[in-house]
Write a protein that binds this ligand. Sequence first.
Ligand SMILES: Cc1ncc(C[n+]2csc(CCOP(=O)(O)OP(=O)(O)O)c2C)c(N)n1
Length: 904
Amino acid sequence: MLSDVTTPHDLDDRFRETLAALGAPRRRRDPAGPVTDGAALTGAQALDLFDAQVTSRQLDLAARWLRSFGEGFYTIGSAGHESNALVAAVLRPTDPALLHYRSGAFYCVRSAQAAGFVPGGGVAPAGEAGGPVAERAAGPVAEPVEGPVGHGAAGPAIQAEGADRAVAPAGDGAEGPAADGADGPDGDGAEGVAVPDRDAAPATPGEDAPVQATPDGPGPSDAGPVAAGASDAAAAGASDDVAVAVQRPWPYAEAARDVLRGVVASSREPIAGGRHKVFGHPDLAVVPTTSTIASHLPRAVGMGLAIEGRRRLETRRAGGGVRLGEGDLPAAPWPPDSIVVCSFGDASINHASATAALNTAGWYDHTGLRIPVLFVCEDNGLGISVRSPQGWVETALRSRPGIRYFAADGSDPAQAYAAAGEAAEWVRRHRRPAVLHLRTVRLMGHAGADAETAYRSPAEIGADLERDPVAATARLLVEAGVASGEELVARYDDIGWRVRQVAEEVIGEPKLADAAEVVAPLAPRRPVRVARAVAEAGARAAGPGAAARAEAFGGKPPELAGPLTLAQSINAALTDGMLDHPEMAVFGEDVAAKGGVYGVTKGLRDRFGPARVFDTLLDETSVLGLGLGAGLAGMLPVPEIQYLAYLHNAEDQVRGEAATMRFFSQGAYRNPMVVRIAGLAYQEGFGGHFHNDNSVAVLRDVPGLVIAVPARPDDAAPMLRTCLASAAVDGSVCVFLEPIALYHTRDLYADGDGEWSAPYAEPGAWASAHVPIGRARVYGVGSAEDLTIITFGNGVRLSLRAAAALADEGVGTRVVDLRWLAPLPVADIIREASATGRVLVVDETRRSGGVGEGVIAALVDAGYVGAARRVAGVDSFVPLGPAARQVLVSEDAITQGARTLLAR
Ligand SMILES: Cc1ncc(C[n+]2csc(CCOP(=O)(O)OP(=O)(O)O)c2C)c(N)n1
């Protein structure tokens, strides 16, 4: 019944019927030959890829089965998209891949390939081309699977318990939350099913495994593969102890286990360790992607640019063309002739991140720079319930400048294999971007909770079933004389049984047990190693690197240049960073030729060349994406966002992509990055809100993110060195927020006093001048006994001036410069607050959501019992001209706040 086609049970029944109806081939042919005349795909390859597709299908069914009794937590499946197995088959297992969430079949093939299994060719010996790329063992050769057949016996270890514990949360998709599946809860629409007895020993084949039950008692349900597989055997009149499986290797066993561990949130899952259900594995060059559709595409472009950039760099260096600061690079994670593959759905091509990525790849191609990225758009015609307009996807993808278009039909495996092969080969040979428009269908709805009959007609759903890619491969195999329908059903059942066995095994695996375990991989910090790295950089700069350093600074190192401004200090520290980190690159809008809109990056391109210091196109999402990809490729990217206000339209690349990578990969992948952002207010005579944006709320709650705000030149350089070292050592994602208004400030109290400029530390002093992450700086004014002002950025200068005025009134103040907004220097805050018992928080960001809230909360949490007040920016955007003063913190407001506090 078409009204039921969204259920696993119905899909399973239909598939089985379709295969059975294929009958026997007219004549048997050699599987080593092409599947059709002239096809690149052989029968043996098609058979192995069929197994991968079936494994993926069975994983979908198993995921819904697990969900039906509350042991599975993710039901977005790959059903209908299994033609992506063909894409994996034309790639190398070392080609980095960022995958769509419907990539079960791709992942199976990639996993087997990495273990040395060549579809159609068996297992390649280790070390040979096509041999294993990792320790990952080839899938175990399966034991013969024997056991009782029929619903009652072959079912999974699901105990039909009493009604008191038998009902899992029911949801028919109509009453439950309208989950999009990616983010929300997803029931499978089952009417209520039995929960397993977790204490019961798992049934082993041959034992009397309890059967899945509906609340009405044991019997068939939407349950999935094993029950269904068994039903077929039963229908065939099989009796007890009849072997239901073919004895043969199953190269997709490891992949199946990985996926199912993800589904049950097992802490043994190989990439996210139970933190999310993602496709990823460091040994398979599969980089995890998030649920935010298309957000991985800017990163993919960055990876492509970095791979090609490294390749060119190494070619040039091999020819003797070494530039200043170009030492040995860390080992590249991927071979130099790799291509990057990234896949996504058809609705996702409309997303700003996707258009950004496709545009950026095309833009670079237009400039002559090579970006070897294969974009794969898996087009099932739907984004949850919204249809892609007829012809839109092809029109949109064909019309991308600089992106070569290839088309493949997933329901025609021979054609799809050939087209995918052509596309991958084209990208590899030309090192240029291409898109493969892979037509797919979507079976079983968007996710488990999605009742697609609410928005799709039975005819439409039925048409998709006709184009089932796995059935299409089966048809091809029978037509090619490689297998009969019956044999393929047997393979399907055999794999279903094995998948279900694995599912049962992973149910009992441990979950993440406490908060410490959850956050362990998020952003580990090793401050001693970071300090050592800074000291070593200093030693190198003073010793073996001295000549290069002298050359870079034109014979006049910055420590001999007299007092520097904030901008000059950052420029010098960037130069020193580029000298010490050959893998470092500085890029952004206007950073190279112009040297930045405030001159902070002036001269860097002349010193280090356009390969390492370059202007990007005007798109912050892409600027950050380039950084994310470069970091993953072993570089140390230092992208610049021209103004804080413009971070906001690209913020997800920091929050959703950069900051989550370690978390969702348990540190297997990291994106070391120091994002320089010019920001905060008080620019005299320039701006309005967008050039004086004073909100950092969007950054402060990003877990693991480091936020540095240097106020003074003599802090800026050491803090930048710390960020670079922390990114290199710990893979930290750092935001280095530079107060624009202080860039060129020289004076503090009076014109010409030069108190806001400072000398640059010579390399021998870098170790002693080191500023660890999360350590504040304290200035004592007068007795420093009466009042503690806690502040940062422009607030430091304002507060020091206010403190001087207060000192004239006999008030002794200590001014604490936080320097780090994340992690906050909590120990310093508490110590300095307790020293006076009167705290004034001077916060140039806004009263609501501003930094001051965090400082006050830290004091409360620590049990601080003294007095506290806050002076903060007004909850407003910053207006143009003198009106800005109406909403920003002033010196007057600080002294007033202090007096009020002291009067208590
Ligand atoms: C940026 C973003 N917006 C919304 C969602 C919610 N969502 C999850 S999947 C999806 C539809 C994606 O459709 P498509 O790209 O065609 O992929 P398909 O699921 O059809 O394979 C939506 C809207 C999301 N995950 N990310």
